[in-house]
Design a binder for this molecule. Structure first.
Ligand code: PMP
Length: 606
C-alpha cells in the first residue's frame, strides 16, 4: 500500500540519513509494476545515473483530468524517489502539477541532504519530465477546449530532442533560488592588521625578525586558516572519492562539493550550479572553451578578438585555434595609458567575429575592463563573450548574468583558496553546444561499444576524479570573502593602490605601466631607469618584500610596452599600509644603492 505525502513526510522526519536510504529502498520495493511495452527510449528520463522510464496517465482528457505517474528504474533507491513523486503528484491535474512546489516537499523530507548530487540530477530530470508532460496535456486540452490558459510558472518550453512535436517537452524550470552574494558594506572600517592574523604564513617571523610583506597575490593569494582547516577536515574526517560511493564518507564529500558549488554560483550570480564545472584552473578552463566550443563554432575566415594585454592563458589557446581553423586573431587596440580603446572597437569587431575573449582585469597593467559594454557589442554581432576572470573575480563583484558573460574562467588559488582547482562557468545554452575535450569516467551518461553519450553539464566537463579537497575548500574561501566583504576588501585594496602609486612615483626614474588608479585594480607594474627588475627583486627579497618580476606571462604586452620585464606588486585583503611603507623604502634603498654603484663605476673609469 503506497503512503500518502503526509505519511511520508512524517515517516522521514524521524529518520537519520542511513535509515532514510533504507526507507527509500523499502518504498522502492513496493512500487507497482510498470508496463513492459512502455520501457522505450522515448520514455527514458535522461540525466539519471540509473535507467528510468516514466509515463503519465490521465483519467479523461480535459484540464481537470487527474494524473497518475508511472515509472520504474533499475535502482531501488530511485524507485523509492519515484514513490515520493507519485505521492506528491498522483491525483493532481496538469495545472496543479505545474503549480505544485515540489521543492518544498523535498525540503520537508530533507531529501537534498541525503541523496547524491547525481541522484538529485536524476530527480530533477524526472520532475522536469512530469512537468513537461503536464504542460503538454494542458496545451492539448486548451487547444481542444479553446479555453483560456492561465499564467504558467514555467518560463520556457523546448521540444525534447527525441520528440520534437512537443509531447514530452522539457520545461526549463525557474532558476534555482540562490541567495545574493553576502557582500558586506564597503563603508565599514577594515582592519587589515587584524585580518592578517588569520593567515598563518604571514604571521611568521623571517630571519632577522622581519615579517613577510607579501605583494604577489596576483600570482597566488595566501590562505586564511579556515581554508587550511577545511582541507584538513576533509582529509581527516570524511575523505573519499566524489560522486562514486553511497557510503557515508562519499555522501558527505558529495554534499560538501555541492555546497561549494552553491557558494560559487551565488558569488558570481550564476543561474544554477549545473553551469559551473570544476577545472584545474583558468588555463585549463580557457583551453576547454577554445577547443570544446571554439573548435566547433569557429570556421575558416572567422575572426577571434582578444587584446594585447591578455595573459598567455587567454592568448595562446586562441592563437592555436585560429591557426587550426584558419581563422584570424585580431586585437582590440589599447589606449596610450593601457586601457582597451572602445572607440576603436568597430575597427576590429564585425559579423565574422565569433569569439571575444578578454580579461576582466589585466594581470600586469591592473586595468579593469568594461566587460558589460564589450559583451553587449560582442553579442550584437553574434559573438561569444569569454571572460578570463583570474584577476577580476578575486577583487570585483562578478555578475555573469548581469554582464551577459557566456563563459567565465577563474582559479581558486588567486581567491584565497587552494591550487589545482578553478571554475568554468558557461551560460547553459553555451554549455549545451560545447563539446568536452577530456573524456573518461563520470562525464558520460552511457558508453556503448561504438559511441558514447555525454552526461549533462557540469559532469560532461568533469572527466575523471575531481580535485576534491581543493574544490570543497574553494567554497570555504568564498564564504570567507563573503564574510569579510568583497566590497570592503576592494575598497581597502584601492586605498593601498592609491597610496603605493603616489609613494612609488616619488622615486626618481620609476615608471608605472597602466592607467590611473580609478581605472585599475590592485596591481602595479613598474620599471626603474637603469635598475633591472631582477636586481631590484634581490634587494626586495632581502627585506622580506615578496614581489614578482619578469614578463608575467604577457610577452606580447611587454613587447608592446618596449620592455622585457617589469616588477609587479599585487595586493590582497591582508596587505597593510605598513607593507606599502616597507615596499617603498626598499625600492628607494635599491635605487640609492644602484646610484652609488653607478657613481663609483664612473669615477673608477675616469
Ligand atoms: N589569466 C590571468 C589574467 C592570470 O593572471 C593568470 C594567472 N597568472 C591566468 C590567466 C592563469 O591562471 P592559472 O595559472 O591559475 O591557470
Amino acid at each position: 500500500m503506497l503512503s500518502t505525502l503526509d505519511e511520508l513526510i512524517e515517516e522521514f522526519s524521524d529518520l537519520d540519513p542511513q535509515d532514510q536510504s533504507l526507507y527509500l529502498l523499502e518504498l522502492g520495493y513496493e512500487l507497482p509494476p510498470f508496463p513492459e511495452h512502455a520501457r522505450t527510449e522515448e520514455n527514458r528520463v535522461h540525466g539519471c545515473q540509473s535507467q528510468v522510464w516514466l509515463i503519465t496517465e490521465t483519467e479523461g482528457r480535459g484540464q481537470d483530468a487527474p494524473f497518475t505517474i508511472r515509472a520504474d528504474s533499475d535502482s531501488n533507491i530511485v524507485r523509492g524517489l519515484i514513490a515520493i513523486l507519485q505521492a506528491a503528484y498522483n491525483g493532481r491535474t496538469a495545472r496543479e502539477i505545474i503549480d505544485f512546489d515540489i521543492q518544498a516537499v523535498f525540503r520537508s523530507l530533507h531529501l537534498q541532504q541525503h541523496i547524491s548530487p547525481q541522484r538529485r540530477n536524476g530527480l530533477r530530470g524526472m520532475v522536469e519530465r512530469i512537468q513537461a508532460l503536464a504542460l503538454s496535456q494542458l496545451k492539448l486540452s486548451t487547444t481542444n477546449d479553446s479555453a483560456h490558459m492561465p499564467g504558467c510558472r514555467s518560463t520556457a518550453v523546448e521540444a525534447h530532442p527525441s520528440n520534437p512535436s512537443g509531447n514530452g517537452a522539457t520545461v526549463r524550470m525557474q532558476p534555482t533560488e540562490i541567495a545574493p552574494g553576502n557582500v558586506a558594506d564597503a563603508g565599514s572600517a577594515f582592519n587589515a592588521e587584524q585580518l592578517r592574523q588569520q593567515f598563518p604564513v604571514l604571521c611568521q617571523e623571517l630571519a632577522g625578525g622581519m615579517r613577510p610583506v607579501f605583494l604577489d597575490s596576483g600570482a597566488s593569494a595566501q590562505k586564511p586558516s579556515c581554508v587550511i582547516e577545511k582541507e584538513r577536515e576533509v582529509e581527516e574526517q570524511y575523505y573519499a572519492n566524489a560522486y562514486r560511493g553511497r557510503y557515508s564518507f562519499g555522501a558527505r564529500v558529495d554534499e560538501e562539493l555541492e555546497s561549494s558549488r552553491e557558494k560559487i554560483a551565488a558569488f558570481i550570480n550564476a543561474p544554477n550550479t549545473s553551469c559551473l564545472a570544476f577545472t584545474p584552473g583558468t588555463t585549463i578552463g580557457l583551453n576547454m572553451v577554445a577547443f570544446g566550443w571554439g573548435r566547433k563554432h569557429v570556421q575558416k575566415g572567422d575572426e577571434i578578438l582578444i587584446s594585447l594585454m591578455e595573459h598567455h592563458a587567454n592568448f595562446v589557446p586562441w592563437q592555436q585555434l585560429a591557426k587550426e581553423r584558419q581563422a584570424t586573431l585580431r586585437f582590440i587596440p589599447l589606449t596610450d595609458d593601457g586601457r582597451l580603446d572602445l572607440d576603436r572597437l568597430p575597427e576590429v569587431l564585425n559579423n565574422r567575429t565569433k569569439v571575444v575573449a578578454i580579461c576582466g582585469m589585466s594581470n600586469v597593467l591592473g586595468t579593469i575592463n568594461p566587460i558589460d559594454e564589450i559583451a553587449r557589442q560582442a553579442h550584437a554581432v553574434g559573438a561569444c563573450m569569454v571572460v578570463d576572470g583570474a584577476q577580476s573575480v578575486p577583487h570585483l563583484k562578478t555578475d555573469v548574468q548581469g554582464s551577459e558573460i557566456d563563459f567565465l574562467l577563474f582559479s581558486g588559488h588567486k581567491l584565497y583558496g587552494p591550487t589545482g582547482v578553478g571554475v568554468l562557468y558557461g551560460r547553459p545554452e553555451r554549455l549545451d553546444e560545447m563539446d568536452p575535450i577530456f573524456f573518461g569516467g563520470h562525464m558520460i551518461e552511457r558508453v556503448y561499444s561504438d559511441h558514447s553519450v555525454w552526461a549533462k553539464p557540469p559532469a560532461k566537463f568533469e572527466a575523471g576524479t575531481l580535485p576534491i579537497i581543493q574544490a570543497i575548500a574553494l567554497g570555504t574561501a568564498i564564504a570567507w570573502i563573503n564574510d569579510t566583504g568583497l566590497a570592503r576588501i576592494h575598497r581597502h585594496e584601492q586605498l593601498l593602490l592609491e597610496e603605493a602609486t603616489e609613494r612609488l612615483l616619488e622615486i626618481s626614474g620609476l615608471k608605472i605601466f597602466g592607467p590611473s588608479t580609478e581605472h585599475k585594480g590592485a596591481i602595479i607594474s613598474f620599471r626603474i631607469d637603469d635598475l633591472h627588475p631582477e636586481d631590484l627583486a634581490a634587494t626586495l627579497d632581502r627585506n622580506g618584500v615578496f614581489t614578482r618580476h619578469g614578463h608575467h606571462c604577457t610577452m606580447p604586452l611587454h613587447d608592446y610596452l618596449g620592455v622585457s620585464a617589469t616588477t609587479r606588486v599585487s595586493f590582497g585583503a591582508y596587505n597593510t599600509q605598513d607593507d606599502i611603507r616597507v615596499l617603498c623604502e626598499s625600492v628607494q634603498e635599491a635605487v640609492t644603492r644602484q646610484q652609488k654603484s653607478a657613481v663609483r663605476r664612473s669615477s673608477s673609469t675616469r
